[in-house]
Ligand binder design. Structure first.
Ligand SMILES: Nc1nc2c(ncn2[C@@H]2O[C@H](COP(=O)(O)OP(=O)(O)OP(=O)(O)O)[C@@H](O)[C@H]2O)c(=O)[nH]1
Ligand SMILES: [Mg+2]
Ligand SMILES: [Zn+2]
Length: 373
């Protein structure tokens, strides 16, 4: 008798993967939720899809999800000619196929196959409608543990090159412990990390530079000190973003959207059509959205986050994400040393001698302590 789990002949990997999605389950939506509820609890609409090719339902148009808005996913059609953007308001098809098992069904940044619905010319304030048929495998992602769903990942944004972790020099004061969590997530999601401290005019820049030295000097993470208010460091930030796809992430109120508005500047009209239609408040971002930079590159603006549940790391491998421990861990007396309570721990010795930043070690212990045994 065939085993239940054995793939049936002709069943694609994608279709099998589809069955492992975690669906439905309602949960409380927090105000810092980066990914809307419908990303995981979808209720597809039944509509007639325009099938250009009846034989293959996946024959469709290729696009990139650039925003989530209300219950729709805004998909930009990827066109050969690249002349002018073309947007569609899409919902997932009931038979949507995903290559990202056990993860958010859709996320901003995803490459999708979609089909426009047959409809009359949409009203001026709406885009044409479409249905998403398939989601391609994500190459990179910024993810965290889904709120209220232990063991399930929530993708904030996918297919970006780097994560710019934005914090403020003051108002609100930056949180290095959150930075340490971001660094782990960046590595897991194969993203290059960049630290950007905004509102630098509110603090002594030398103090901040010194305080951040461990990241720049020991860990090789670029640290930018900027001010959207005075324009300080904006050229460096623009250079880091040029021709790349980046995500701005960090706590609420640190100036992510303000920085992005400055970078886009007067070009904002040119980049959107889109902006006019989906204008929310200037500040307090409520949904993730991808913007095209005037001089090349894209940046995803995201809602502020308060916490960052580490996903996919356990006590046994956590320390491997702390690269400032790398040169010491091999000298620990026990090969499976967790660097917490063991005697003869070279990492702890390095902390005592000042070779490892004590705050980084404290961060390690905090995250370690928050994980299940
Ligand atoms: N002093 C000072 N204030 C700034 C600077 N940049 C932004 N702000 C202010 O900080 C506040 C928050 O800015 P936002 O851009 O909305 O912050 P955000 O990170 O996008 O916040 P969320 O969308 O809630 O995540 C606004 O009142 C800005 O005017 C800066 O360089 N210096
Ligand atoms: Mg914002
Ligand atoms: Zn050790």
């Amino acid at each position: 008798m065939a085993k239940r789990s054995a793939p049936r002949r002709g069943e694609s990997t994608a279709r099998r993967a589809k069955k492992t999605w975690v669906k439905g389950e309602r949960r409380d939506v927090r105000d810092d939720e980066a990914v809307p509820l419908h990303a995981v609890a979808m209720k597809p609409r039944s509509r007639d899809i325009v099938r250009h090719n009846e034989e293959d339902a996946l024959e469709g148009m290729k696009g990139r999800v650039v925003a989530s808005f209300a219950r729709n996913w805004i998909v930009e059609h990827i066109r050969e000619d690249r002349e002018g953007a073309e947007f569609y308001e899409c919902t997932p098809s009931r038979s949507i196929v995903s290559n990202n098992p056990s993860s958010s069904l859709l996320a901003v940044g995803d490459t999708v196959v979609f089909q426009p619905l047959e409809q009359d010319e949409p009203p001026a304030d709406r885009y044409r409608q479409g249905v998403i048929l398939a989601v391609e495998e994500r190459t990179t992602k910024l993810a965290r543990e889904a709120a209220g769903r232990v063991g399930s990942e929530q993708v904030i944004v996918s297919n970006v090159d780097q994560v710019v972790m934005i914090m403020a020099a003051a108002d609100p004061f930056y949180n290095k412990r959150l930075l340490d969590r971001y660094l782990i997530e960046a590595e897991l999601g194969r993203l290059e990390p960049v630290i950007c401290i905004n509102k630098i005019e509110l603090m002594d820049p030398d103090f901040v530079a010194e305080d951040m030295a461990v990241y720049g000097e020991h860990l090789g993470v670029p640290v930018l000190l900027v001010s959207a208010k005075t324009g300080q460091g904006m050229d460096e930030l623009a250079a880091v973003l040029a021709d790349k796809t980046s995500v701005f992430s960090g706590p609420s109120g640190v100036g992510k959207s303000t920085l992005l508005n400055m970078l886009i500047g007067n070009e904002i009209q040119a980049t959107g059509e889109f902006s006019k239609k989906y204008q929310t408040g200037v500040h307090t971002t409520t949904f993730t959205r991808l913007f095209r930079l005037p001089h090349g590159g894209y940046v995803a603006d995201t809602p502020g986050i308060r916490e960052f549940g580490i996903w996919n790391v356990d006590r046994a491998n956590l320390s491997f994400y702390f690269h400032d421990f790398d040169e010491f861990r091999h000298d620990c007396r026990f090969p499976m040393c967790t660097h917490t309570h063991e005697p003869g721990c070279a990492v702890k010795e390095a902390v005592e001698e000042g070779a490892i930043d004590p705050q980084r070690y404290e961060s390690y212990c905090n995250i370690f302590g928050s994980m299940n045994e």
